[in-house]
Structure formats: structure tokens, C-alpha cells
Write a protein that binds this ligand. Structure first.
Ligand code: EAX
Length: 330
């Protein structure tokens, strides 16, 4: 009788252990997230196309638990508002150029130095490697998780007054710049009359001649239709503008490790896709913009570079000599 009791007890314990183990192994149902990504460009721009790719990949890789919805044309705010929104958690995600980021973390100014990036293929490993990673991590102190660096592109000058061949041609021109201290200083040093303005107000400002000119990558000049209100395009490529895909950090941490991995890997794949989209399009954009009526000049970059050299000295202490060396030495 005693033996039978002992056997029954063992069986009971074993079955309850198995049962408990069984329920423990059942994977917890991953919560579904709907993530709005704000940006300032059009749906057919590189951001629009790159985010559509991100949405497709994130859905696939997360078994449908991550749904990304892109809102372009500054619908969720301008870039500064978007970054603040992601920091506070009022907007889940955003994709903005690094232009407004020095307001949140000074090191980003290194990318804003004139002509620091000449060859984007040598620059990608810096953005995607340790240096870029450290810069993205610095956003953590603002409650932002930087996922990956997308591309905005090499910036060129347009205006409605005259062709630009040398820095002197910029004299007195009212040029809209991003709200970025290095960019503004560069254009001051080059002799222009720069002022900051949100991207969403730019087209109207150019149309109403509140601004004579602006500077942006070719794809933006095309997709935001600046060619309708700007006659002259100068291929200066003076700044290279990376972009950062950001998410509210608390929200990111509330995802399962699998979902985090899915988002991170979708981001990296969509980044490569977006960069290639820009490179492919750039091959034909100068001709397209010419056929849309723009008059194009190709200034000697070395002359502009020399004229803007003092900008490096001015911001060296804020950015750090080592970081400048690292990015320059690409
Ligand atoms: O991030 O504001 C700008 O000129 C930017 O190039 C644009 O918003 C894309």
C-alpha cells in the first residue's frame, strides 16, 4: 500500500511538472504594433520608397506583428518636431536627415562639414560601422533608438536669380538652409545670405521669392518639384546628407527580442535598397532636370572647398579632432 502511494505521488508530481513545463514552452503571443513613421518628403521620393520597403520587410520578418505606416509631406510635423515627437513618444518613428540632429547630439555635426564626404561608398562603412553605431547610441540619452542610417544624398544649390560657378556668384542671395549651425556658417562664409526654414514651407517661399534659392539632393529637387520655381542648378555636392531611421526607445524596448531583431534587420535591408534607389536615379536626374527647364552648371568643387575651409576650424572643438579625422580619413 505504501509503495503504491509513493508511486502515485511520483506520477502525480511528474505529470504536474510536465504540464507546467508544457505551458511554459508555449511561446507568448507577440503584441501587435502599429508604427507611424513621419518624414518630410513625397511618397515617390527615396524616403517614401525606402519606407515602403521597410514596411514590407518588417511585416514579413515579424510574422505580421509589426505594421509600419509612412506619413510623408510633413503631415506629422517638420523634422525638428518629428525628432522631438519620437523622443517624447508622441510619434512612434521618423526618418529625417541628420541636419537637425546636432540640436540633440553635437557629434552629428561632423557629417555637416563641407566636402567631408567625397565618395559615398567609402563612407558607408563608417556610418554602418562602429563610428556610426556610437553616434546612434548617443541618441539614447534623448529616449531615441537610432535604427540605421538611410541616405538623403549629396546636396546641390538651386536658385532663381543666376547661374552659380564660383562662390562670388552667391553674394547676396537669400538661401534657405536646414536648421543646422555648420550648414549656416558654411553659406555665410561662402558669401550668401542664408536663413533656416522648415522644409514644408520651402516650396511656397521659393515661389513667392521670399527665398532666392535652396540646397538639396537631386531627387528632392525633382520629387518636390523645385524645378518649377528654380531656374538654376549648380552641381556643388557641398554637403553629404545622411538620414536616420529613429524609433522611441521605450517603445522599442517593449517589443519582444524577435520583433526587435526583425525591425533591425528590415531596417538594414531597406537601407541598402534605398541607397541603391538613389544611386540608380542620380544617373539620369541631371538630364531630367535639364529637360524640365533647369540650367545646370558644374562648378570647380575645389574652389568652394577652399573658400569654406575656415568652417572646420570653427567647429573643431565642438565636434572633436579625432572624429573629424576618422570621417575624413574614409
Ligand atoms: O530630410 O530639409 C531638408 O532640406 C532635407 O533635405 C529634407 O527635409 C530631407
Amino acid at each position: 500500500m505504501k509503495k503504491l502511494c509513493a508511486l502515485l505521488l511520483v506520477l502525480l508530481l511528474a505529470s504536474s511538472f510536465l504540464f507546467a513545463g508544457g505551458t511554459k514552452e508555449k511561446p507568448a503571443e507577440a503584441k501587435k504594433f502599429t508604427l507611424r513613421v513621419g518624414h518630410t518628403l513625397t511618397d515617390d521620393s527615396h524616403y517614401g520608397v525606402g519606407l515602403a520597403k521597410l514596411a514590407e520587410l518588417a511585416k514579413q520578418k515579424s510574422n505580421g506583428t509589426l505594421e509600419i505606416q509612412a506619413f510623408g509631406n510633413s503631415k506629422l510635423g517638420n523634422e525638428r518636431d518629428l525628432i522631438e515627437g519620437v523622443s517624447l513618444g508622441t510619434v512612434e518613428m521618423c526618418l529625417t536627415s541628420t541636419g537637425p540632429l546636432p540640436n540633440f547630439s553635437k557629434a552629428f555635426m561632423v557629417f555637416d562639414l563641407p566636402f567631408i564626404v567625397q565618395d559615398r561608398s567609402k563612407f558607408y562603412p563608417i556610418l554602418d560601422g562602429e563610428t556610426g553605431q556610437k553616434m546612434l547610441e548617443a541618441l539614447g540619452s534623448k529616449g531615441i533608438k537610432g535604427i540605421v542610417f538611410y541616405e538623403n544624398g549629396f546636396r546641390h544649390i538651386t536658385n532663381s536669380k543666376r547661374p552659380i560657378n564660383v562662390p562670388d556668384d552667391l553674394k547676396g542671395l537669400k538661401i534657405r538652409l536646414m536648421e543646422n549651425p555648420v550648414h549656416l556658417e558654411t553659406f555665410r562664409v561662402l558669401g550668401a545670405n542664408p536663413s533656416p526654414m522648415a522644409f514644408g514651407e520651402l516650396f511656397t517661399a521659393l515661389q513667392q521669392k521670399v527665398m532666392d534659392g535652396q540646397e538639396n539632393p537631386l531627387l528632392i529637387i525633382k520629387t518636390s518639384k523645385f524645378y518649377e520655381v528654380q531656374k538654376y542648378l549648380a552641381l556643388t555636392g557641398h554637403f553629404y546628407s545622411p538620414a536616420v531611421l529613429m524609433i522611441n526607445e521605450k517603445l522599442f524596448k517593449s517589443m519582444t527580442p524577435d520583433q526587435q531583431k526583425a525591425l533591425q534587420s528590415a531596417g538594414a535591408e531597406a537601407r541598402d535598397f534605398e541607397r541603391n534607389f538613389i544611386i540608380e536615379n542620380e544617373k539620369k536626374l541631371v538630364d531630367e532636370l535639364k529637360s524640365l527647364g533647369m540650367e545646370v552648371t558644374t562648378p570647380d568643387k575645389a574652389v568652394f572647398q577652399k573658400a569654406a575651409a575656415s568652417v572646420y576650424t570653427k567647429f573643431e572643438a565642438d565636434i572633436g579632432k579625432d572624429l573629424i579625422q576618422k570621417v575624413r580619413g574614409q
